[in-house]
Ligand binder design. Structure first.
Ligand SMILES: Cc1ncc(COP(=O)(O)O)c(C=O)c1O
Length: 388
């Protein structure tokens, strides 16, 4: 089964490329182009009234698709923003800046969190406990011990770590130990749309963050957060979308918030990415293309890729340098940790000259997999690797 026909426009632009970076920037399927035009048409037709269509039809449709995708029982708990950083900062801004704020996290969080936390640590009352994800085989035990041994105001962890593809410990193994007052944020960006995810048991407990740039294939501009049902947090960084209901009332009283996900909303944004996301999830839904099916397909690709590596016996890109804990439960990219950044850059350049697009950060080289690949495409990789 090939899915390439759904990506005809992006593939036509890159006929000689083997795009191994969908974990960074996924190709957009053809349906997203129609969605982009639909946004234009709705804007032209509706002008000022387009917001009725957006908030009355499009946003609820995407909320429903996302709830279905993640087996989350409350579609109205999903809130949208242009990026995850904005949503994350809304949660953080719910804590008074002059009070102690103790956070548990890992050393493998994406910059949207790690940079922000580094800056916040300049406040003497902010304390971060950071657990190293490596060695992976002891991470689960070390994480659980950290959760058990101290009390935190906030816990932040990825679902799948961006710098390895390793899947974080299952929420079920540690969530019961966490006191009710502790807020939990899961950065699901590398999980959502890639690894089958079931939030049904955690819908009133965790914030789940993700966005459309990667596995949801809708491009930049549509991130979202599932807000725990019944959350009473009052983000200080708040916008007027967070309380539509009371907008017409006198505004002198205490600032009120919506009781659903909109509590964490900001202000006017470009909703074209929400349209694109609707078109992708609509296609998956119509064709019965589930995350489980996508994940199975990607696992087959990863298996084929690793068989090629075993054959080629490359001095750097080989299983010895592969960062992994459990390949049968891993994200949609494979990361090789090489001797130094220079070797990585040289290899990535060589591969790119042979039409193989990867992505790298310092001494890590990442290969991502997507349903617009076929196993047969990997002959190009075999040829390129054999020539280094
Ligand atoms: C784990 C993770 N979280 C979040 C993001 C995106 O962050 P933002 O939407 O704040 O730019 C990325 C992007 O690469 C990521 O890898």
């Amino acid at each position: 089964m090939s899915y390439k026909k759904h990506y005809s426009r992006y593939l036509a632009e890159h006929p000689n490329s083997l795009h191994f970076a969908p974990h960074s920037h996924h190709y957009w399927p053809d349906v997203t182009r129609d969605a982009q035009l639909a946004y234009w048409d709705d804007s032209a037709r509706g002008v000022d009234h387009k917001w009725g269509t957006i908030f009355g039809e499009r946003v609820p449709a995407v909320q429903k698709y996302l709830a279905q995708l993640l087996n989350h029982p409350y579609p109205e708990q999903f809130v949208f923003a242009s990026n995850t950083h904005e949503l994350l900062y809304r949660v953080i801004s719910s804590y008074a800046p002059d009070k102690p704020l103790k956070i548990l996290s890992t050393d493998s969080e994406f910059h949207s969190f790690s940079r922000q936390i580094r800056r916040l640590q300049e406040r003497p009352q902010v304390e971060l406990v950071s657990i190293a994800t490596e060695p992976f085989d002891t991470f689960e035990a070390r994480w659980l011990a950290a959760v058990q041994n101290q009390e935190f105001d906030l816990i932040f962890t990825s679902q799948v770590f961006y710098n390895s593809g390793v899947v974080a410990p299952d929420l079920k193994t540690w969530i019961d130990v966490v006191p009710a007052r502790t807020q939990i944020i899961i950065d699901g960006y590398h999980g959502c749309g890639a690894v089958p995810t079931d939030l049904s048991e955690f819908a009133d407990r965790v914030f789940y963050l993700a966005g459309g740039y990667k596995y949801l294939q809708a491009g930049e501009g549509c991130c979202f957060m599932a807000v725990p049902k019944g959350s009473q947090l009052r983000p200080e960084f708040t916008g007027w979308f967070a309380d539509f209901e009371n907008l017409a009332k006198p505004q002198q009283a205490q600032v009120e918030y919506a009781d659903d996900g909109m509590r964490f909303a900001g202000a006017t944004m470009d909703f074209s990415a929400v349209y694109r996301l609707e078109s992708v999830l609509g296609w998956w839904y119509r064709d019965g293309l589930t995350v489980t099916a996508i994940h199975d397909y990607v696992q087959q690709l990863q298996h084929a890729f690793l068989s090629i590596l075993d054959e080629v016996q490359h001095p750097h890109i080989n299983r010895k340098n592969l960062l992994a804990n459990n390949l049968s439960h891993h994200g949609h990219f494979l990361t090789f940790k090489l001797v130094d950044a220079q070797t990585v850059e040289q290899l990535a350049t060589h591969l790119s000259e042979h039409g193989i697009e990867t992505d790298y950060r310092a001494e890590r080289l990442r290969f991502g997999f997507a349903i617009y690949h076929d196993v047969g495409d990997y002959q190009q990789l075999k040829n390129a690797l054999s020539q280094t």
